[in-house]
Design a protein around this ligand. Structure first.
Ligand code: FES
Length: 327
C-alpha cells in the first residue's frame, strides 16, 4: 500500500490500519492539527484518490471547498490513496490544550453583545482567526473566536445574547468577575495566512468581527503590507461595535480599509445600507489572487462564499469556520 502526498509529490509505504495524521507526522510532512480528535477541523485535507475509513469526528465546520475532504486525525488507511495537504508552507500546529482561566472583564459592547476577557496562568498558543471551546459550567459550553492575538496575556471574546439561548443567557445573567472558565483549543482553519502577499477580503457578520479583528490585529502587528478590505455587516446602527478599535487599526495600518454596512435603512445614517454581501458584490468585479476570511452566521458565510468564488477567489483560498448558529 502506498500513500502519495500532494503537492509535495512524496510517497510512503503504509499498511492497513495506519492513522493518516500519524503517518504524515512520522514522515515529517508539514500538516496542521490541533485537537487530534475530529473536533477542530484543522487537519482537514483533500482525498484525491482512494478511500479511507473515517472514525466519527464532530467537526461542525463548513467546508467551503466541498469535495472529498477528510480529517487526517480521524482517517484510517485501508488502501493506497492520494491526499492533498493544504498550503504546506502555512502550517499551524498548536496542540489542543485545556486551560483554567478566570473572568477579568465582562462589559457591554452593544445592547446584546458583551466583551468577555479571560486570563489564565499560562498563555494559549493560537493563530489569529482560530477559536476555542469555553466551558462556563458542565452544562454551559460553547465555541467562541479569540478577538486578540496570541501575544496578549489575556483572551478576548465577543458574545451575542441569543434570544432564549441557554449558554448566552448564562453569560449575560450569571457569569461574573472572578468566575472560572475552562478554555479548550485552539481550533479552526480560518486562520491568518502570513505568507500571502496579495489583497485580503474579510467579511464579518455580527460577532464574526471577533476573529476578523484578530486577523487584522495580527496582520498589523506583523507589519504585513497586504491591502485588506474589511466588510462588517450588522442589522442596524445599534448593532455596530468596535468602531474605535477599527479606527485605531486603520490609523496604524494604511492598507486597511473598513466598510461598515447596516441592513436596515435608517434616516440620516452615516453607514452604508444593504446586505454586506451585496456591498462586496457591488464593489468588486475581480478578486482573483485575493484571500478571503468569512466569519459569521452560516447563511452569510454561504452567500459570501458564492460571491468570493464568482469573483474569482480559488475555493482553497476562502477560509471560513461558520459555527455561530447554536445558542
Ligand atoms: Fe483533526 Fe482537530 S486535529 S480535527
Amino acid at each position: 500500500m502506498e500513500l502519495v502526498v500532494q503537492p509535495l509529490g512524496r510517497s510512503f509505504a503504509v499498511k492497513a490500519g495506519d492513522n493518516l495524521l500519524e503517518v504524515l507526522q512520522a514522515n515529517g510532512v508539514p500538516v496542521s492539527y490541533s485537537c487530534r480528535a475530529g473536533r477542530c477541523g484543522t487537519c482537514r485535507c483533500k482525498l484525491v484518490e482512494g478511500k479511507v475509513l473515517e472514525s466519527a469526528g464532530d467537526a461542525k465546520l463548513t467546508n467551503p471547498g466541498g469535495g472529498s475532504h477528510v480529517l487526517a486525525c480521524m482517517s484510517v488507511l485501508t488502501e493506497s490513496c492520494v491526499v492533498e495537504i493544504p498550503e504546506p508552507d502555512e502550517i499551524v500546529a498548536h496542540p489542543a490544550r485545556i486551560l483554567k482561566a478566570s473572568v477579568v472583564a465582562i462589559e457591554d459592547l452593544t445592547h446584546d453583545i458583551k466583551r468577555l476577557v479571560l486570563k489564565s496562568p499560562k498563555p494559549l498558543s493560537f493563530s489569529a482567526g482560530q477559536y476555542a471551546i469555553l466551558q462556563f459550567t458542565p452544562e454551559h459550553i460553547r465555541p467562541y473566536s479569540m478577538a486578540g492575538v496570541a501575544d496578549d496575556d489575556t483572551l478576548e471574546f465577543h458574545i451575542r445574547k441569543v434570544p432564549g439561548g441557554r449558554v448566552t443567557g448564562y453569560v449575560f445573567d450569571t457569569l461574573k468577575l472572578g468566575d472560572a472558565v475552562r478554555v479548550s483549543g485552539p481550533m479552526g482553519t480560518a486562520y491568518l495566512r502570513r505568507k500571502h502577499e496579495g489583497p485580503v477580503l474579510c467579511i464579518a457578520g455580527g460577532t464574526g468581527l471577533a476573529p476578523v479583528l484578530s486577523i487584522v490585529r495580527a496582520a498589523t502587528a506583523l507589519k504585513m503590507t497586504n491591502p485588506i478590505h474589511l466588510y462588517f455587516g450588522v442589522r442596524s446602527s445599534a448593532d455596530v461595535y468596535g468602531q474605535a478599535w477599527l479606527d485605531e487599526l486603520a490609523q496604524r495600518n494604511p492598507n486597511l480599509h473598513v466598510h461598515v454596512v447596516i441592513a436596515t435603512n435608517e434616516p440620516g445614517t452615516r453607514h452604508r445600507v444593504g446586505l454586506v454581501t451585496d456591498a462586496v458584490s457591488a464593489d468588486w468585479s475581480d478578486l482573483r489572487d485575493w484571500r478571503a476570511y468569512l466569519c459569521g452566521a452560516p447563511p452569510m458565510v454561504e452567500a459570501a462564499t458564492l460571491i468570493a468564488k464568482a469573483r474569482g477567489i480559488a475555493m482553497e483560498h476562502i477560509y471560513a469556520d461558520a459555527f455561530y448558529a447554536s445558542p
